[in-house]
Design a protein around this ligand. Structure first.
Ligand SMILES: NC(=O)c1ccc[n+]([C@@H]2O[C@H](COP(=O)([O-])OP(=O)(O)OC[C@H]3O[C@@H](n4cnc5c(N)ncnc54)[C@H](OP(=O)(O)O)[C@@H]3O)[C@@H](O)[C@H]2O)c1
Length: 517
């Protein structure tokens, strides 16, 4: 198979204004890891919701597979409970479920056992006839990442990568644990599937607000002229979680915040904020621009890591009067763990638009609240005509700030200066707000709903391509390498605070301060 074959643009998402009206062809969805957490919490509820809204073809079938022995009926029972529990912002309808459940099947099997794939093929042949799925198959690898390569090779060995219809494969994150392993995994996948058939999921790209960044930037003419080094002072991207590792200590200890969030989600968000406008809005051009941006991010020299990246780990703390354990006190975590539960990085983008503008990216667990946002901090006016009156006396006015809120409350706010009522020229910042919920008044599809429909429709725009994944590993790899040989004085922030002091110092060196979101 060729290493990188650009898929032909099949659909045009921006022109497809009525996204719900997208035509999705008949197909079978095979979920490996069907008894797992992701399948129960996200995949089945999303598929049910898509069925409920008639956004997928009536000629569809879901075949779940994992080692747990279950009959079709038992699988339907387990999934009914999950769907009714995890359906977000939507009621569960018993009649719709009955009809949906007729399309659910289960094949027990071990991914390492070749016989499992024969059983799977028999089931696929059967549903192709019974549900007229036209031979189209979407494989979803929702298993531990250590199984991806083996499962894909077995699909190839059993000729399941070919059929009467199309074949596609969705691969969950993490895609590799470093640059080398990501490259190796790509090589293994390309022995079986063409790049145009590979859908690497990054569910942040499926979030409505992240997609809206492109509409906001390229559908309006008034922001884009300011979207560059002449007017933007710096950018802050924050993904804060208030929760700890929630029983996933063993997994998290191997990953850490930089790998778990910045390498994938936040670098893709940064690429969306900073990329050039595509000449045409199709999957190839949008992904070309994202990839180009990621390749323009300066790859740090080892000696720059200590000044451009900060690792943190939470210790015990108090939130809302409740005592919380430190990371090292969590179950399955080593008592002297060196894992980063907080990471902050200063990225510099070496292109004409962004030269000299720092992009500060931070993420962490056990921070004071759950919030993900992007703050574009504009430069101050060239002449300071006004001062802002505050309780502690006059201070310099705060420059314009544009905040894109990704979660929990989705929207966009623009802060600007206004004259306070009354005599005299007293000014203070005010905010102009757009709120997704109140402006559109309809339920926003979850990222997994959007991404599943896109994969069935053959639109990879919101999926990451091989070159994007490798470029994003490239920019975090020097940090991972230096950190692997470092001994941190952890814990260095208390649960319930905004991270280590060294993170504030990183920004202070440039005269900047982290916003409190
Ligand atoms: N959970 C999330 O919110 C989330 C978010 C983002 C990404 N992800 C990614 O999604 C993937 C799945 O995550 P998860 O949380 O659902 O994991 P999980 O709960 O541990 O589920 C793993 C699944 O794989 C099956 N499995 C394990 N070994 C197998 C084998 N040898 N053969 C066949 N099936 C096997 C397990 O079922 P049996 O034991 O019955 O075989 C189970 O269904 C991972 O790559 C994860 O990184 C998860």
């Amino acid at each position: 198979m060729s290493a990188l074959v650009q898929p032909l643009p099949e659909v045009n998402p921006l022109q497809d204004t009525l996204r719900f009206a997208r035509r999705v062809p008949p197909c079978a969805v095979v979920i490996f890891g069907a008894s797992g957490d992701l399948s129960k919490r996200k995949l089945l509820p999303s598929l049910y919701r898509l069925f409920y809204e008639r956004r997928i073809s009536p000629n569809f079938a879901v075949i779940g597979s994992s080692r747990t022995p279950m009959s079709d009926d038992r699988f339907r029972g387990v999934m009914k409970e999950s769907v009714s529990n995890f359906l977000e912002d939507a009621p569960f309808d018993e009649d719709v479920w009955k009809s949906f459940a007729q399309s659910l099947f289960y094949v027990p099997g071990d991914l390492n056992n070749p016989a499992s794939y024969d059983d799977l093929r028999d089931k696929l042949d059967a549903v192709e006839k019974s549900h007229q799925t036209a031979g189209n198959v979407l494989f979803y690898l929702s298993t531990q990442p250590s199984h991806y390569a083996e499962a894909i090779l077995e699909l190839g060995q059993h000729n399941l990568n070919h059929g009467t219809g199309w074949r596609r494969v969705i691969i969950e994150k993490p895609f590799g644990h470093d640059l080398d392993s990501a490259r190796k995994l790509n090589d293994e996948i390309h022995k079986v599937f063409d790049e145009s058939e590979v859908y690497r999921i990054d569910h942040y790209l499926g979030k409505e607000t992240v997609q809206n960044i492109l509409a906001f930037r390229f559908g309006n003419s008034m922001f884009e002229p300011l979207w560059n080094r002449r007017y933007v002072d710096h950018v802050q991207i924050t993904a804060a979680e208030s929760i700890g590792v929630e029983g996933r200590g063993a997994y998290y200890q191997e990953a850490g915040a930089l790998r778990d969030m910045i390498q994938n989600h936040l670098s893709q968000v940064m690429a969306t904020v900073a990329m050039e406008p595509p000449s045409v809005f199709d999957s190839t051009n949008v992904r070309d621009e994202r990839a180009k941006l990621l390749r323009s991010v300066r790859v740090m020299k080892p000696e720059d890591v200590s000044t451009h990246a900060v690792a943190g780990q939470y210790g015990p703390g108090k939130v809302g009067g409740q005592d919380l354990p430190g990371f090292r006190q969590e179950p399955s975590v080593d008592r002297d763990s060196q894992t980063d539960t907080y990471a902050a990085v200063t990225f510099l983008i070496d292109n004409w638009r962004w030269a000299g503008v720092p992009f500060y990216v931070r993420t962490g667990k056990r921070l004071p609240k759950r919030v993900t946002d992007i703050a574009i901090q504009f430069k101050a006016p060239p002449l300071g005509l006004f001062t802002q009156e505050t309780k502690t006396g006059p201070r310099e006015v705060r420059p314009n700030l544009l905040v894109v809120r990704i979660q929990p409350e989705e929207g966009i706010s623009l802060r600007f200066l206004s004259k306070s009522p009354g005599s005299g020229m007293r000014v203070r910042p005010v905010s102009m707000d757009f709120n997704y919920g109140s402006s559109f008044g309809e339920r926003t599809p979850t990222a997994y709903e959007t991404l599943l429909v896109d994969a069935m429709a053959g639109d990879p725009t919101l999926y990451t391509r091989q070159d994007m994944v490798e470029a994003s590993w490239q920019i975090v790899q020097p940090i991972l390498d230096v950190w692997a040989h470092s001994r941190f004085e952890f814990p260095n922030y208390a649960a319930g605070t905004w991270g280590p002091r060294t993170s504030d110092e990183m920004l202070a060196r440039n005269g900047h301060v982290w916003r409190i979101p």
